[in-house]
Design a protein around this ligand. Structure first.
Ligand SMILES: [Zn+2]
Length: 477
């Protein structure tokens, strides 16, 4: 980054420009949010970054206040010549009825943004389990294989068709458009972390990947894939008994004689391949990021490569252990760390509650919660109050500071700031003051900018203005 000014960016999807008009939206972003960079959700197949408001949530005070039929896809012209090494189709344009076929997000926004001195990025959420994504011709042939040997519901990082489809896209975008850079986002965990962190349902099809490519990679590391599969089946069955045995999840009736934690650990000891396969999965996810970096830099060394590090990093010490900032800095120009403070309250409440239905079911959430805070270097409201209190602005400062230290302050950290990320009725909601304090917390922690998240189409304008107020009060605008 050569910008002297802080990076005040916002995630925004195509629908907002179609519904509200390009100059009109940019006016609002600049005036209210002091925004100087756009993370254009493209392509996307997820409601987290694309489409209007999440169904069932109240519409914000701008945009069309009616439900849309969001499917997702690419909102720009694609160039098939970059997809020659993959069987997955290069034709993955969108089918959203609200967006005219003639609308090209980049053609519509990039020139106007540039005129205003705003930087534009392609913001790519992997959207791995979207069925509309899976409908892209030949995509389903690149799915992971689950613990029972069945095609799963997400693509495999070691499948060459998937890898070359993503890398083809990166080359296409990097060479074809005057973007400032590309931001990649892969919000998923490996099989072990999926079991530990899953909030609610466990499905064998989520325990992956044991496809031929992953098995080959495992063998090359000296591990027997059959033992990994056996281990994960044993662990899956351990979870099934804990959750759906004779009694309620994590109940005394379901408790093994030696306790939940001891028998969980015993399974890891019997099958060290469980940890080995988790690491293999995580390494494969990171390897794709390394290749993305290389492809984009080869196309244009000036283009920035950012990555989104998702919310699990705040909640799960097991996931945190896999996301080493000192490593991530080697193949990214900057990191967007999710530090969504408002929705963190309900989310962490659910995360701890879930731990106490299996792995830590020997104890209660009220007992486990204080230890989790210590392990994660957090200081938040009492457990019962979390859903209505949310997390504090000090959480934003702490997690920013940890990331800045993690990268040795060598690349910029841009915390993701929560602006109206949906929570349930009765749970904590964002306020202008809360957003302002979160942005100030980010800069107090050493951030070089922020990413206002998750999408403009779910943000209330007064809450967006809270971000702009912080930037101006800090003298950064
Ligand atoms: Zn695989």
């Amino acid at each position: 980054m050569t910008n002297a000014k802080p990076f005040i960016s916002i995630q925004i999807g195509a629908i907002s420009f179609v519904d509200e008009g390009v100059p009109q939206v940019l006016d609002v972003l600049q005036e209210r949010g002091a925004v100087n960079a756009l993370l254009l959700a493209n392509p996307t197949w997820t409601r987290g970054t694309g489409g209007r408001q999440v169904p069932g949530q109240p519409f914000p005070d701008h945009g069309k206040r009616e439900p849309d039929d969001f499917h997702g896809g690419a909102y720009n012209r694609l160039h098939p010549q970059y997809y020659g090494k993959t069987a997955i189709s290069a034709a993955y344009g969108h089918t959203d009825p609200e967006i005219p076929a003639s609308f090209d997000l980049f053609e519509a926004v990039l020139p106007e943004a540039e005129r205003r001195g705003m930087r534009s990025y392609a913001w790519m959420e992997e959207s791995s389990n979207s069925r509309y994504l899976h409908d892209v011709p030949n995509f389903r042939k690149a799915l992971e294989v689950d613990v029972w040997g069945r095609p799963s519901n997400k693509p495999c990082f070691n499948n060459p068709d998937y890898r070359y489809w993503i890398l083809g896209r990166m080359e296409d975008y990097a060479r074809s458009w005057p973007l400032a850079g590309i931001v990649w986002c892969s919000e998923r965990t490996g099989p072990l972390n999926h079991l530990i962190g899953n909030r609610g349902r466990y499905r064998a099809r989520d325990i992956a990947c044991f496809c031929e490519h992953c098995q080959t990679k495992g063998r090359a590391r000296g591990y027997d894939p059959a033992r990994a599969i056996e281990g994960y089946r044993a662990l899956y069955e351990w979870y099934e008994r804990a959750m759906y045995g004779a009694g309620q999840p994590g109940s005394r009736e379901n408790r093994p004689a030696d306790g939940y934690f001891v028998t969980f650990w015993r399974t890891l000891l019997r099958y060290p391949e469980i940890l080995a396969w988790e690491q293999l999965w995580s390494d494969s996810q990171h390897q794709l990021s390394r290749e993305i970096y290389g492809v984009i830099k080869d196309a244009d060394p000036k283009k920035e490569v950012g990555v989104h590090v998702y919310h699990e990093i705040s909640f799960s010490p097991w996931y945190r252990a896999e996301e080493d900032y000192a490593d991530l800095k080697k193949y990214h120009d900057w990191l967007k760390i999710v530090i969504y403070n408002n929705c963190a309250g309900p989310r962490f409440h659910g995360f701890v509650g879930n731990l106490c239905r299996a792995l830590f079911a020997d104890a209660s959430p009220a007992e486990v919660y204080p230890l989790m805070l210590r392990l994660l270097n957090l200081e938040e409201a009492p457990y019962e109050a979390l859903p209505t209190a949310g997390f504090s602005a000090d959480y934003v400062r702490r997690e920013t500071e940890r990331a800045v230290r993690g990268v040795n302050d060598e690349i910029p950290i841009y915390p993701g700031i929560d602006i109206d990320i949906p929570t349930e009725a009765g749970e904590s909601k964002c306020t202008p003051q809360g957003v302002r304090d979160a942005v100030k917390g980010a800069f107090a922690g050493g951030a070089k900018g922020v990413v206002l998240s998750r999408k403009y189409s779910e943000m209330r304008l007064d809450n967006l203005a809270g971000a702009g107020q912080a930037v101006r009060e800090l003298g950064l605008a």
